[in-house]
Write a protein that binds this ligand. Structure first.
Ligand code: FES
Length: 81
């Protein structure tokens, strides 16, 4: 996940409904952390992910995670269990 916008560098905690999501990785979206199509013309495409149930997730914004789009603690933040 090397091409991610690293402005924040901290996980983004958000509760999402079941569905398909596109995590912005270029930083141009006006609806961050999700893609709004603002990457048009870029090589950096959004990352698609799907949730099958309502859940609180921690989206990576540092670009170091090995479990994109989710934070895996590589940023140094201890996530609640
Ligand atoms: S925000 Fe990237 S690993 Fe935590």
């Amino acid at each position: 996940m090397n091409d991610m916008n690293t402005d924040a560098g901290m996980p983004i905690a958000i509760t999402l409904e079941p569905g398909i999501y596109f995590r912005c990785r270029c930083g141009k979206s006006s609806t961050l952390p999700f893609c709004d199509g603002g990457h048009s013309g870029d090589d950096v495409l959004p990352l698609r992910f799907e949730l099958t149930e309502r859940q609180k997730v921690y989206l990576c914004s540092c670009g170091k995670t090995g479990k994109a789009p989710f934070c895996d603690g590589q940023c140094g933040v201890a996530l609640p269990k």
